[in-house]
Design a protein around this ligand. Structure first.
Ligand code: KG4
Ligand code: ZN
Length: 336
């Protein structure tokens, strides 16, 4: 089955063709750069960029896959969570494709899409396992009992992990998006320069909180002279990154212990972080656990993961009607 995936939940305009849920025939991602000068995603600009680029991105996905419009057998689209205006563009486009070609439509939860990046990358991955989905908009610990059967174990109470990277990069005047920049410069920095707070919250909690850490960096920066800041910018970035990584690793391990599984998977844009990938691999190796991390292109928002999740649902006979709507705060639910 050839499934077209469409993803427009935030600032990536993406289209992909996936065969039988496993084989990526094309995976086109246009990352919007208009937000750079604002230091964060501007929703209205994101919507306009999706309108401008979705059709060319879609056409490239067909061309790369070497198929024509009539070959598509189903269309999967992210319906939420995300920015409502951005979601609506992808959803409307997918509906038009579904209606005009008379092929099934399936709305996909964005978080479930990220989980399917792990299945796409690792065909041997089989549930149950714990998945840590970390990106600009969410930080979720999920128990994947089976494909389509999810239990939310923990989530952020304030900033998402990627949001903290982006905001701290702004405080340090590093540019946007902050995650990749902090990742890169931290290699040269001293991660023990300053011990920023780690919010582990109540005993046994698998929730996250990153806003205190972000504030702590901002306070430190405000107390430094320009000269001191210039000298220690890289050390502060590295120390901040280490604090985020410590919490993510510790909570990920705790979640596995609580659910008695020795399998952990990462997903989402922050899973591109090299220090995080390295630390998770070390911890898993030490315990003889299995760790699954998608390649960087499948961590970032993309439509291949959406198409793969769509293939799974369509093959179970599930589909959406043409009144599918964009749902900005869509919870991750289990299907039948
Ligand atoms: O999954 P994603 O592409 O979009 C959302 O669904 O949000 O994630 C984007 C987020 C941004 O906050 C970005 O700064 C962060 O992922 N990110 C990283 C890295 N690459 C992207 N954070 C830390 N280290 C990275 N290498
Ligand atoms: Zn995402």
């Amino acid at each position: 089955m050839l499934i077209l995936g469409i993803e427009t939940s935030c600032d990536e305009t993406a289209a992909s063709v996936v065969k039988d849920g496993k084989e990526i025939l094309s995976n086109v991602v246009y990352s919007q750069m208009v937000h750079e000068k604002y230091g964060g995603v501007v929703p209205e600009l994101a919507s306009r960029e999706h309108i401008r680029t979705l059709i060319p991105v879609f056409q490239s996905a067909l061309d790369e896959a070497k198929i024509s419009l009539g070959d598509i057998e189903g269309v999967a689209v992210t319906y939420g969570p995300g920015l409502v205006g951005s979601l609506l563009i992808g959803v409307s486009f997918a509906k038009a494709i579904s209606y005009s070609l008379n092929i099934p439509l399936i709305g996909i939860n964005h978080i479930e899409g990220h989980i399917f990046a792990d299945f796409l990358e690792n065909p041997k991955l089989s549930p149950p396992f714990v998945c840590l989905v970390i990106s600009g908009g969410h930080s979720n610990l999920i128990y994947v009992a089976d494909k389509g059967n999810y239990q939310l174990l923990g989530q952020t109470r304030d900033d998402a992990a990627g949001e903290a990277f982006d905001k701290v990069a702004k405080v340090l005047n590093l540019g946007y998006p902050g995650g990749p920049i902090i990742d890169k410069i931290s290699e040269e920095g001293n991660a023990n320069f300053f011990k920023f707070p780690r919010a582990y919250l109540e005993e046994g909690s698998l929730d996250f909180s990153f806003s205190g850490l972000k504030t702590s960096v901002a306070i430190m920066v405000s107390r430094l002279s320009e000269k001191e800041l210039r000298k220690h910018r890289i050390d502060i970035a590295a120390s901040f990154q280490e604090a985020v990584v410590d919490v993510l690793v510790e909570k990920g391990i705790k979640a596995c212990q609580q659910r008695q599984t020795k399998k952990i998977a990462l997903a989402g844009g922050v899973a591109r972080n090299r220090r995080l990938r390295e630390r998770f691999k070390q911890e898993a190796e030490k315990r003889h656990w299995d760790i699954f991390i998608p390649s960087p292109i499948l961590c970032t928002d993309n439509a291949a993961m959406v198409a793969s999740a769509g293939d799974f649902h369509l093959s179970r006979g599930e589909s959406s009607s043409l009144d599918l709507n964009a749902v900005p705060y869509a919870p991750l639910t289990s299907s039948k």
